[in-house]
Design a protein around this ligand. Structure first.
Ligand code: FAD
Ligand code: UDP
Length: 369
């Protein structure tokens, strides 16, 4: 039986769209499918009151890799947005990431030397060994006070477990700086695509067959008949029928609200770092694009335990899950006609620039370049 497509790409997110765009450029015929009703995966933006609402969580593109930056800029122009979240701890306001503005507000210190001394004093209490978990890592990086006010509550809400039970690497994502610089990222390039992320994904998928609202697993055999090869960007454990057990994920519930005011919180991202507030952050979407619309849209982000059927937003990369993932990965090596990629199939806490990087690597490997 003849297969009508070269590639069936399961998942119209950034990985699937990048692969499809590159394969089409090389003369290949692709079919992209998604179980959601729209393209873009977690980058999807919903236009509401003239504002691009980041429907699956706030997305800020950042990278230090010029090749990746140039690559995404061919699809959209990026604005000058710089992420500078504010932390609200029981009504006290602090700048993020942890920098001289944060240290000054917290301790009244003025110079980097004073701040370093303060952190060193606090670190002494924590001991000097290699940090074995997120709590030890955080205290060794920035001391007890910041850990208690800005990390502990937020992190325990976000991940649903104690900081002593979480891997240290999660907190290393955040910069610690001894300059008065509120930029959340250290990367050289950063911004939001003008017109939102849909502009990018629409351009990537232009001229490519797309079927939405269809789940690969509902009709697996039929989908497999359609193409010579499959690019799978969904959950790898689901692909293998959870045969070794379920991988752990963290899910989110987004509560969107339209407000009849121009400016609700004066910043795109405000983190609620206390344990009692049930959400982790409030996003005010218009500020990503310096919007001047008369209304505003805000989103409260509530972390929730993941159960089968929920959106698996975050992989939980602890030891137990890593061991399980390796078993699935080994199985995947025998499936010559399936290419796995993206945040869910690789079970990695990828940012968008990582996803584009890996998609381009996969393309290069696939086409022997
Ligand atoms: P996804 O975007 O998850 O796409 C996979 C697609 O596959 C989905 O659309 C899904 O519906 C579909 N699919 C899955 N299974 C099936 C199936 N069986 N059949 C059909 N379709 C299926 N990155 C940044 O760089 N900056 C940020 O600020 C940032 N913020 C984030 C905030 C949140 C809350 C989250 C969750 C992530 C954030 N990220 C951010 C990460 C970013 O979202 C990911 O790196 C990127 O979206 C991953 O792309 P992907 O294509 O691998 O996966
Ligand atoms: N984090 C924190 N306090 C904050 C923001 C982040 O403790 O105000 C911790 C938390 O554990 C989080 C991690 O830092 O999971 C990474 O934060 P990031 O903003 O990169 O998370 P993401 O945007 O990927 O959800």
């Amino acid at each position: 039986m003849s297969k009508s497509y070269d590639y069936l790409i399961v998942g119209a997110g950034l990985f699937g769209a990048t692969f499809a765009y590159e394969a089409k450029k090389r003369g290949k015929k692709c079919l992209v499918t998604d179980r959601r009703g729209q393209i873009g995966g977690n980058l999807y933006c919903e236009p509401v009151e003239g504002i691009n609402v980041h429907a699956y969580g706030a997305h800020i593109f950042h990278t230090s890799n010029k090749k990746i930056w140039d690559y995404v800029n061919q699809f959209a122009e990026f604005n000058r947005y710089t992420n500078s979240p504010i932390a609200n701890y029981h009504g006290e306001i602090y700048n993020l990431p942890f920098n001289m503005n944060t240290f000054n507000k917290l301790w009244g210190v003025i110079t980097p030397e004073q701040a370093q001394q303060k952190i060193a004093e606090q670190r002494q209490h924590a001991g000097t060994g290699e940090p074995a978990n997120l709590e030890e890592q955080a205290i060794s990086l920035i001391g007890q006070d910041i850990y208690e006010k800005l990390i502990k509550g937020y992190t325990e809400k976000q991940w649903g477990r104690a900081c002593t039970d979480l891997p240290a690497f999660i907190i290393k994502r955040l910069p610690v700086r001894f300059t008065y610089d509120n930029n959340y990222f250290n990367d050289k390039y950063q911004g939001i695509p003008e017109g939102g992320y849909n502009v990018i994904i629409e351009k990537m998928l232009a001229g490519i067959d797309v079927q939405l609202g269809v789940d690969f697993f509902q009709s697996r055999e039929n989908w497999l008949k359609k193409a010579k090869k499959v690019v799978f960007t969904g959950m790898i454990d689901e692909f293998y029928n959870y045969q070794f057990g379920q991988l752990g994920y963290r899910s989110l519930r987004f509560e969107h609200e339209i407000l009849d005011i121009e400016n609700f919180q004066g910043n795109a991202v405000v983190n609620y770092t206390d344990r009692e507030t049930p959400f982790t952050r409030i996003i005010e979407h218009k500020h990503f694009e310096f919007g001047t619309q008369p209304k505003t849209v805000v989103t409260r982000e509530y972390p929730v335990d993941w159960v089968k059927g929920d959106e698996p937003y975050y992989p939980i990369n602890d030891e137990q899950n890593e061991t399980l993932f390796k078993q699935y990965k080994t199985l995947a090596q025998y499936d010559q006609n399936i290419i796995f990629g993206g945040r869910l199939a690789d079970y990695k806490y990828y940012d968008m620039h990582h996803v584009v990087y890996h998609a381009l690597e996969t393309v290069a490997q696939e086409f022997g370049e």
